[in-house]
Design a protein around this ligand. Structure first.
Ligand SMILES: Cc1ncc(C[n+]2csc(CCOP(=O)(O)OP(=O)(O)O)c2C)c(N)n1
Length: 383
């Protein structure tokens, strides 16, 4: 018998292969785009909590608007707005316990603020001020600027918490683009093997910068990847804040019992990818309009009106409160003293390696007699 690999013929084991079309994946929803809803699915929350969810979504929206304006005036660095994704961001953040750890990806300001991070610290982070980027005072890990890197980190943290016998989860936030990184697959696979209390929350906003979802993967959904790793998967309408809240609450409970969960929240990024992007170059205004009609705040407002909870909300007053909170935070961030540029060497190593020591010396020499760094940058030779 020839045992070379070429001679191996497939054995028919009598089972038809599972194909994508066989997968029936429900997209769970509580409130429909027209504001009607399924009463049996409405979560058992206090009336004030229903209003609070709206307030936080509005805060996310105002935060994005104000932060984008500040970036345009050169007072903040690059901003990644969550415009259009408010229900995914706030519904998930609201379902977590403050003891849980969030592994963020940068678009979810409202969830981090909900988790106890101060707005001043967040604004300072986007200004590049090192002290604030440690995200002190809240269980929020550093932002995963390297796409997908937060997934295995969340698994590691979750496993550690499980070993320590702690009743809390690690929650990783990421976009559809992150699902093409090796880190995503490695991280979820390991979480499945370890039974790590982790929830992997993919905000499928349908673009990774200019790359549309259908070019990201040949799979119809993100959530079906859960099958391959033996973890649970839930797919939800990410523009329905109550669906997101329910799904993450359930996912959290399952994770605590030893089954990690991959949640896919189907949503849409209505703003630019970041303040450095021009989305008109890769998507049509018709498409943007279509999603404007599925706005998460409007849909939830319709639900609040329908259930008699809207009368106690004065949108203008809430907006003013949120604006005032933002003003105070930016004032506090402005009051932060100018940093010493030498600090860029300060945090990575306990003892500086010789080449960095030399660079620090060179920097000191350059700065001598040139207290204004910008002047130096202007005058240095180009190229
Ligand atoms: C490992 C890595 N590759 C590429 C980039 C450049 N990059 C920044 S954001 C981004 C797209 C991310 O898309 P997605 O994960 O869908 O999240 P979204 O920004 O749409 O919320 C890319 C490719 C990066 N930061 N890290």
């Amino acid at each position: 018998m020839d045992e070379s690999p070429q001679s191996v013929t497939p054995v028919n084991v009598g089972v038809d292969p599972l194909t994508q079309g066989d997968l029936e994946i429900e997209t769970y929803r509580v409130v429909r785009p027209d504001g009607t809803f399924d009463p049996a699915r409405v979560p058992d929350l206090e009336d004030d909590a229903f209003r609070d969810l709206y307030r936080w979504m509005l805060l996310q929206r105002v935060y994005d608007e104000r932060a984008t304006k500040l970036q345009r005036r050169g007072r903040l660095g690059t901003i990644a707005p969550g415009h259009g994704q408010e229900a995914s961001i706030i519904g998930s953040g609201y379902a977590l316990s403050r003891d849980d750890w969030i592994f963020p990806y940068g678009r979810e300001a409202g969830a981090l603020l909900l988790h106890g991070l101060s707005m001043r610290d967040l604004l300072m982070y986007w200004r590049g001020i090192e002290d604030a980027s440690r995200m002190e005072g809240a269980n929020v890990f550093g932002m995963a600027i390297s796409i997908g890197s937060q997934v295995p980190l969340a698994t590691g943290k979750a496993w550690g918490m499980k070993l320590a016998g702690e009743e809390r989860i690690a929650f990783a936030n990421f976009g559809d683009g992150a699902t093409s990184t090796g880190a995503f697959h490695e991280g979820i696979n390991l979480a499945g093997v370890l039974g790590a209390p982790a929830v992997f929350f993919c905000q499928n906003n349908q673009y990774a910068i200019s790359l549309p979802f259908e070019k990201q993967t040949n799979a119809d959904t993100v959530v079906q990847k859960a099958l391959g790793y033996g973890v649970d998967g839930i797919r939800i309408d990410g523009n329905d804040v109550l669906a997101v809240y329910n799904a993450v609450t359930t996912a959290r409970e399952r994770a605590l019992k030893g089954t990690p969960v991959l949640v896919e929240a189907l949503t849409y990024r209505r703003a630019a990818h970041t303040t450095s992007d021009d989305p008109t170059r890769y998507r049509s205004s018709d498409e943007v309009e279509e999603w404007a009609d599925r706005d998460p705040l409007e849909r939830y407002r319709a639900f609040l009106k329908e259930t008699g909870r809207w009368d106690k909300i004065d949108e203008d007053v809430v907006r003013e409160e949120v604006e005032a909170e933002f003003d105070e935070a930016i004032e506090a961030a402005d009051a932060f003293e100018e940093r010493n540029v030498e600090e860029i060497f300060a945090y990575l190593y306990e003892e500086l390696p010789p080449e960095l020591e030399q660079q620090l010396e060179e920097l000191r020499e350059l700065l001598e007699g040139r207290p204004d760094m910008y002047e130096y940058i202007e005058q240095r030779p180009k190229g």
